[in-house]
Design a protein. Sequence first.
Lengths: 261, 281, 306
Amino acid sequence: MSEQTVIEARNLDLTFQTNDGSVQALRDVNLTISKGEFVSFIGPSGCGKTTFLRVVAALENPTGGSIVVNGMSPEEARKQRAYGYVFQAAGLYPWRTIAGNIQLPLEIMGFSRAERKARAEQVLDLVDLKGFGGKYPWQLSGGMQQRASIARALSFDADILLMDEPFGALDEIVRDHLNEQLLALWARTNKTIGFVTHSIPEAVYLSTKIVVMSPRPGRITDIIESPLPRERPLEIRETQEFLNIAHRVREGLRAGHEPDV
Amino acid sequence: MSLVALALAIWAAGWAMNVRLATGAHAETAAVRLAVPLIFGVTVVLVWECVVRGLQVPLVILPTPSMIAARFATSLPILWADFVQTFVKGALSGYAIGCGAALLAAVAVDRSDFLRRGLLPVGNFIAALPIVGTAPILVMWFGFDWHSKAAVVVVMVFFPMLINAVAGLRETTAMQRDLMRTYAAGYWQGFFKLRLPAAMPFIFNGLKISTTLALIGAIVAEFFGSPTVGMGFRISTSVGQLALDMVWAEILVAALAGSLFYGAVALIERGVTFWHPSQRK
Amino acid sequence: MRRAAVPVLVVLGVLVAFWYAVAVPMNIKGVLTEAQRAGVVVVPESGADRRAASAWRLVTMNLSVVPDTWAQARPRLPAPHQVAIELWETTAQKKVTSKRSLVYHGWVTLSATLLGFAMGTGLGILLAIGIVHNRVMDMSVMPWAIVSQTIPIIALAPMIIVVLYSIGIQGVFPKAVISAYLSFFPVVVGMVKGLRSPDAMQLDLLRTYNASQAQGFWKLRLPASMPYLFASLKVGIAASLVGAIVGELPTGAVSGLGARLLAGSYYGQTVQIWSALFAAAILAACLVGILGVLERIVLRRMGGRT
């Protein structure tokens, strides 16, 4: 492939030891993600989609197989601050202003004061929160908080953005709006995005590649390269092409389901 | 007897006024919220005055508020000297040393999971014990002057402060810690940027509990021996001389010192933990 | 449980070891003086030199007397086993009625504590119910109850003893009064918080049933307040015990743990002070422990999650 590979997983296994025995969270996961791709991970609870993202982020250690991020181990990539991570909850510090929260990673990484300020302004603009930098998180709505947490992940300009159900706690209307914004942001910054979701329309709407996963053990059942154009208005969700992809995702989910569930 | 009747009348009037205020249209305003307890307090003091005068209760049982006020006004130099001895020298220095030591200990304990699991139950246990009982021992070790009082205060505030601070430093979610990991933050970065600010509400809780403990420790320690100055000393000797107006004046000083001390810490808390749900307006 | 036991035992072990270690320099000067009197050669020989020297230096120069620092009759800091032996001798090996039995002194203090605690909690709960159901009381009294938490009301203790004595009341009751008012305020504040803990939705639900205020109290507010009540009862009983002990100080009482502390400090009987202190600690721990068990039983009966 001519494109640059950013994340490459080969035969990845991860088994958790719990009190009730071992749980295989990931089994034999093979996946290649290239630069600039928007990859969604979809599947029911316990399918390992979040775990995979955490392995990429070196928050979990695989028990087998190999994974390479930016040509190095995830641990090394983490130490080089190669990615920004967005959690399901915004997790902003209530004792810092929005701008202060966005500057937090920059402070830890040792950016100068002027640089921090400039970058905070810039990313606030990117997520449409210009003018809210001086507010405290608890003075903003849930959707705005989540946008601020995305801005925080963008602030140090890592190439990879890992998002773990970032919009899962928000209502449908806010979610649509944020999806649209996320696509615009992705188009402008050309980052590689890994995105975990429960929602089929969200996955299809956002992604260039959809990874369908299933539980017990967590594994990949289908990888769908989306034929949709990069430019996507919300209305694209009513086209036949969109519905076809959504159908294939649904089929993939069903195939992976065990009968007893 | 007429004074007792007057007391009843004052009580009825004060209560009626509060009923009107509390059930009236402006019951939720800040002014009324302040006025109602104040009226209640003034009523109690007036009733106290009238009843004691009316029934001619002897001084050795209960002095009138006016006598206490008069004694307070004429004994200001003595009360001030006692205040400095007990509060400033004994309680405050012990408070600073005890809370500071507990905070440092909490930081040390926090680094080790083993230590935390071992020390927390022990600390919780000790915090529930009657630690003022160490006063005679510490008086024996450190002498009669304020050093022994400060030592009692250190021992009294140390464990409540320690358990609060240790609990506070744990008060971060897995998500917040993971976020710090994704930034590849070092231990001290995570400590100063995340865990210490998150612990502040707990630390201030400990600091507030400790204000009262500090005063109790400093006063009770003086019951076991003190120089001829100090609030505890004055209370115990005045009780012996049946000078109850002086005792009450000293208790007034203790009450003022205690609530102002607490109020000051609470005010600082407001400034530091303005973001906490309990402090937001 | 086992996971917790090992670290706790290690910490306790370290504390005891630390205690023994500290006892050496604390007691060394006294031990050297006694040893010299008994004809043993100690370094340095002059008492003035010894007073000037640091305790640790004396220890390193006189290693042979180190065991004696744990066996003095009136040490500055008795060793743990001395306290343990004293505790054992004054509890198990003395008749309970003896004036030297710690069980006797403990009972004197405990009876005042329990009587006062019962009075304090009873009144506290009643006042809390009044505050929750009466707006005027709430607005008038509650701020004072909260302020009272910040002031050292224990300073009133000596006066109460003397005043009650002067009107002819003595014995267990004056101490119980101190215990009562020390446990009173924490219970009021905690109980008010607990009775108010049901949220608006739960209260609205009862309103849809057209429940009376009394039904609301028995079926919702009272059960909901139990965790808060027990939390403040634990604070209250500890405060009651402190109140009873402090109540024994000013009159020169001859019985009770506080009296033991005071007598010990008059006569320099450190072992006696420490054993009284530990007896008080054990008593406090037992009382809080009993409340903890009661709490668990009550909350389990109510379907709690503990």
